[in-house]
Design a protein. Sequence first.
Length: 113
Amino acid sequence: MLHTAPGAAQSLGLEYLKAMVRDNSTPGTIAEDIIVHCGKDGALAQQAILMGFKNISASFKGLLRSEIENIAKQADVNILADSIHNGGIDLADYPEPETKLLAVRSDFMGLSG
């Protein structure tokens, strides 16, 4: 799983992230091994759900979390705890993040040659 850096969705925009992590085998879809970080932004999380992201990390709580989880459930989307897993990479550290993303995904799936 690849997890976007905190703030990446806000600063780059979900359209940009969607273009970076699209599933090339099915046009218009987002790879399912991506976790988009939405932090405390419920509106961003809802937009990510509507755009087709299947895994969203969020730190909001209470009624907002409950409402977003209900929306996510209807769309078969996972709302995850707001944490970056150990061993993760930060695509913001790379001058060509799309190239790095493709390399990591290929390595993860055993496709590197």
